[in-house]
Write a protein that binds this ligand. Sequence first.
Ligand code: NAD
Length: 463
Amino acid sequence: MPITSPQTGEQIGEVQLSSSEQVAAAVQAAKESFPAWSGQTLKTRVQIFFRFRSLLEQHIDELTELVTRENGKIESEARAEVLKGIELCEFTCSLPQILPDEIQEVSVGVECRTSHVPLGVVACITPFNFPHMVPLWTLPNALALGNTVVLKPSEKVPLSAMRIAELLQEAGLPKGVLNIVNGDKEVVEAICDHPDIEAVSFVGSTKIAKIVYQRATQNLKRCIALGGAKNHIIVLPDAHPQMAGSDIAASMSGCAGQRCMAASAMIAIGESDHIVEQLCHYARQIVPGENLGAVISKEAKERIEGYITEAEKQGAKVLVDGRNTTVKGKENGYYVGPTVIDYVRPEMAIAKEEVFGPVMSIMRVNNADEAIKIENSSAYGNAASVFTQSGKAANYITSRVSAGMTGVNIGVPVPREPFAFGGWNESKFGVTDITGKSSINFWTRVKKTTTKWNPEDKVDWMS
Ligand code: NAD
């Protein structure tokens, strides 16, 4: 399958799609390498991630360029993605210090101990929007905790994942411990059905997250499946106008709006024209091809522009219009300019569905409860943020929104390591979160061992 540059529309490579036999071969390799890999101590395994972290730093320019080339985001965003990968790797290196194994004397001479042990062969399925970072949400922790892995990156951006694998190999990861397969539906189904895969992590759209979660759990696998999002920003009239305007513009347009944490719906409470003006001011300073990257494909561009046109037809007012954008010298690239639409109504498709482009829909309400009601009616629940200078209002709103990651005066409220990443509702299926401390419970199971150390004392312990 050809790999296309979103910035130019040109073919930049090709990817060999795997068959279900190749998936089986990858699982077999992972299965064979599991006893030796899981037999090492956690401390020994993380040494590879200290070396991998150094390699990420050494190759930062090259990795940044690769993300830009296959995903279309701008250089600074790609670099931030690689830096976030380094942070994720640092968390992995800290696992021996924080692994929550416990030991306690529960009766005289008798102790109970818990050990987090690896699951076996696990699979990670990733989306196109963070070709470097999302594989590193899961791979380092899954591997360091003793599992062997089959990774299936998005077929649209397979190059970064392959480079990660090469660097892990250079860092000393033994053969067979990480295996990459490429493809989409057929390969994902083969993963969900394979009896030797114990757990599946998935990141992508809600439609596919549901399919993967249902199929993997029906096959009695552990699964976490992160889906799409519709993130709300609730703005009070007392918000700092410049900060709110610039942060909200950055949130809606960063990575061309193709972030599962991008704000795409602003609920303006009361008299908020001064903040809308600031938002438009900052949105107009975003220049496609300079500080705004391309969207992933021609279809994505058409879908995003379709949402804007439909909202306009239904009476919304387009204040900043990013349709029909071209970038000089990159006329075949897939660019959508920053777009701000006012007087969107909650029942419109653009207010409810994931647009996944640099588009902000503004809905007007009279009070905080109306704003919360709109946010609560969303099927998704990744992020919700409030802009205000009142602590009381911020607390009232953040405690009532239905989202897993909330913020106060923050456009993109992503929790940093060691805090875990994960939404609610249809933005995540499964119990744990995907990163941070919470991920330890996903990638391991807990063995409870009870030991009587002085049998000669005839301690009475249910024996
Ligand atoms: P996608 O759902 O189209 O693809 C995700 C993965 O599923 C890819 O590896 C793809 O090959 C595979 N896939 C595609 N069609 C399939 C099918 N019919 N059956 C089985 N597997 C299939 O998502 P995408 O377009 O690559 O990524 C964008 C989406 O990911 C957005 O909805 C975004 O919100 C979401 N996302 C969510 C998070 C989060 O943390 N919640 C993070 C990043 C991206």
